[in-house]
Design a protein around this ligand. Structure first.
Ligand SMILES: NC(=O)c1ccc[n+]([C@@H]2O[C@H](COP(=O)([O-])OP(=O)(O)OC[C@H]3O[C@@H](n4cnc5c(N)ncnc54)[C@H](O)[C@@H]3O)[C@@H](O)[C@H]2O)c1
Ligand SMILES: O=C(O)C[C@H](O)C(=O)O
Length: 229
């Protein structure tokens, strides 16, 4: 089962929950983790628009697990502690839409073309790797919980007024021509207070970005159409 196979079940659940959010807590900061995130975030946005409560700064798709995986796999290759590694992962949360920017890893480092292929593939397919290993018994649970807590905590630190809380998230965005895109955002008292541009991409990443945008476009449209139909 892929994240997209979950659409038929989860689209309705996310719509219902979003309707309840619009009614009961219209000013909440909403973290959407239900898959497929690339479609469920646009679903929530459409519901909020219909209800007149949509605030693009307060709707965030959780892509933190991709960053957690990227930091882990890159740290393994570099022989570092994952806590000391930061890999920006942009695009979305499924397959080729998960685009690790290996040219922007902190601390600065370089990889061979073979390492770039290995890391990109492992990061893009980390979720599938778990789903296959569990053989029908579900998807990532503990790592998902870790990523969810890490992301919710970042949102709360932003709300508290901490400075420089920057994480990757799938948000309404003008970073590309698509209406939603994951990139680094600064979290603050009002939610997403700044969306950062992608920064310089190498040729490999530019090609990956084109592939990601193509798939993202149809996933976003699928979510929008589900609510508008
Ligand atoms: N974004 C990510 O990084 C990421 C990672 C892993 C899993 N996920 C997604 O998170 C979601 C949950 O995964 P899980 O492993 O916790 O699943 P799960 O089946 O263990 O839990 C789902 C929960 O949703 C509840 N539920 C079902 N229908 C509902 C409804 N109509 N209204 C309210 N609640 C309802 C169920 O009772 C259950 O407690 C899935 O969509 C999964 O694909 C996302
Ligand atoms: O891969 C999945 O279907 C679950 C989740 O989105 C993950 O990244 O582990």
């Amino acid at each position: 089962m892929t994240r997209d196979d979950l659409f038929n079940i989860n689209a309705g659940i996310v719509r219902t929950l979003s309707e309840a959010i619009a009614k009961c807590c219209p000013n909440a900061i909403v973290n959407v983790i239900s898959n497929p995130v690339n479609s469920t975030v646009p679903i929530a946005a459409e519901v909020f628009k219909k209800a007149g409560t949509f605030d693009p700064k307060k709707l965030l798709g959780v892509t933190m697990l991709d960053v957690v995986r990227a930091n882990t796999f890159v740290a393994e290759v570099l022989g570092l502690d994952p806590r000391d590694v930061n890999v920006p992962v942009v695009g979305g949360h499924a397959g080729v839409t998960i685009l690790p920017l290996l040219s922007q890893v902190k601390p600065p480092c370089s990889f061979t073309p073979k390492e770039v292929d290995y890391l990109t593939d492992r990061i893009q397919n980390g979720g599938t790797e778990v789903v296959e290993a569990k053989a029908g018994a579900g998807s990532a649970t503990l790592s998902m919980a870790y990523a969810a807590v890490k992301f919710a905590d970042a949102c709360l630190r932003g709300l508290r007024g901490d400075a420089s809380v920057v994480e990757c998230a799938f948000v309404a965005s003008q970073v590309t021509e698509l209406p939603f895109f994951a990139s680094k955002v600064r979290l603050g008292r009002t939610g997403v207070e700044e969306i950062y541009p992608l920064g310089p991409l190498n040729e490999y990443e530019r090609a990956g970005l084109e592939r990601a945008k193509k798939e993202l476009e149809s996933s976003i449209q699928k979510g929008v159409s589900f609510v508008r139909k």
